[in-house]
Each structure stands twice: as C-alpha cells, then as structure tokens.
Design a protein around this ligand. Structure first.
Ligand SMILES: [Zn+2]
Length: 259
C-alpha cells in the first residue's frame, strides 16, 4: 500500500476533492432500549446510515434495519478480569455475528485486542480519536486489521465546552470525517457530561433505568442532540454522502463481497 493519500484504496473516503463523505457512528454504552430506539428512529427519519457499536444484546440492534450496521463495543477494563480478549469479543459476536468491526469502550485498545480481533474475523477497529484532525486516514496494521480514528464526538464536544453550534465541527478539510454519538446523550439532549452523570447516578445497571425516571432529565432547550442533528443536516446541505465504516474497511482490504 502506498503512503500517498490519493493512492490509498480508501482514498474515495478521504474527501480529497472537497467534502464528499461522512460517517455517523454511535457507542451504545449500555443505554436503555428506549434511548437507543429514540436515536435510531431519528437517524432513520433523517435517512442516515449509522455504524452502531453494541455493548449488550438489544432488540433494536439484533433486528437492525438496512440503515444500521452493528459493530462491537466491549469494555476491556471490566471484561478482561473474567475472560481473554478473544473471549470478550466472541461473547459479543455470539449476539451480533454479522459484526465486522469494533470500538472499545473508553478507547481502551491495545495490541492484544487487535490481534484477537483479527483472529475472530473482525476487519477493523475505530478505538482512536483524532479530534477535529484534518487528513485523518486509515491504515492496515500488522494483524490485517484496518485502523480508523474518529474526528468528532458529542461527549467530547461538551467536555471541550465548545459552542453548541454545528458550524464549529470541521467537515471542510480533507481526511476521514467520522462522527460519534451516544444514545444517552442524544436522548437526554445534554449540554455537559454532568447532565448525563446526574441522570444516571442512581443506576448500577443503566440498561434497566426506567423511562419514567430518565425522561425527567431530558433537556428541552438546545442541547447536544440538536447540535448532532444540525451537523447531519449541514453535511446533507453540503451534498456529502453518509457511509458505513464497513465499506471503508472493505475498500482498505479490497474485500469483494460474494453476491
Ligand atoms: Zn463507550
């Protein structure tokens, strides 16, 4: 593989001739079903294909529609106390056998996980953040795994204290534009991560947090959900197309799916 951006098999995803393609991804982070369904319904309404990294069995992801590709979102900081990296990934693959990629919770990713991911047949990882970095590119590692970074995230946007304005998100420069959102932040429409923490503080198992309680924390003013939707609408106005990470990984690996 050449090191020249324009010669890379992934170059059609690099926005080299202006803004052309963007990826929407999401980390489930043990959000309750109704929060995930709320986010997926909104993305579907906007006709946005999304790569969704699952943490646990969820009806809406097991039976995901054509606009969703499911990847894995394991938490190595907990899982590796009980099993191997391969076991951790296989447990999620048993639920989502179609998954071809992963992003680790809190981006906790290392060589042992990369090696295990390749061994269980995954094609890519997206556990690295390159915050608003122009010229973000993919590469294939020594295990044959395609490595992506993501360039914007709803939670980090709040953590940086950036204006709640999608115009501050870079879509114009060359490079991969991989956006990442979280169903709970999206559902709650948070402004800061403290908003999320206040809402989830009393639950040891977030997956079963009742709607009647969590919905009381939903922000009705302008929040990060509005920024996300505004960002998607902006990309649409710029005539950017929305792609799955699977497709860019396949391009990097020159995989041709059997018809
Ligand atoms: Zn996570």
């Amino acid at each position: 593989m050449t090191t020249q951006a324009s010669g890379s098999p992934v170059s059609s995803f690099y926005n080299l001739s202006g803004p052309e393609v963007v990826f929407v991804t999401a980390d489930i982070d043990w959000a309750p079903d109704y929060a995930v369904e709320f986010m997926l319904a909104k993305l579907e309404e906007l006709h946005v294909p999304a790569t969704v990294f699952a943490t646990h069995r969820q009806r809406s992801l097991v039976d995901a529609g054509a606009l969703v590709r499911v990847g894995l979102h394991p938490d190595p900081t907990r899982a590796l106390a009980h099993t191997t990296a391969t076991g951790m990934l296989q447990n999620l693959l048993d639920i989502y056998p179609e998954a071809v990629g992963l992003r680790c919770h809190r981006n906790f990713f290392g060589q042992n996980i990369a090696e295990s991911a390749a061994a269980v047949g995954l094609r890519y990882d997206a556990s690295h953040v390159s915050w608003q970095l122009p010229w973000a590119q993919a590469f294939v590692d020594q295990f044959g795994l395609v490595r992506f970074s993501y360039t914007w995230e709803d939670g980090l946007h709040c953590d940086f204290g950036l204006p709640l304005d999608s115009d501050v998100v870079d879509l114009e420069t060359p490079g991969l534009k991989v956006l990442n959102i979280h169903p709970l932040l999206f559902f709650l429409n948070c402004v800061t991560d403290d908003d999320r923490r206040a809402a989830v503080r009393s639950y040891s198992d977030l997956t079963s947090a009742p709607y009647s309680e969590l919905s009381q924390h939903v922000r009705h003013g302008w929040g990060i959900r509005d920024v996300t939707i505004s960002l998607i609408e902006r990309a649409r106005r710029m005539n950017m197309r929305f792609a799955f990470l699977d497709d860019a990984a396949d391009a990097a690996l020159n995989v041709t799916e059997a018809l």
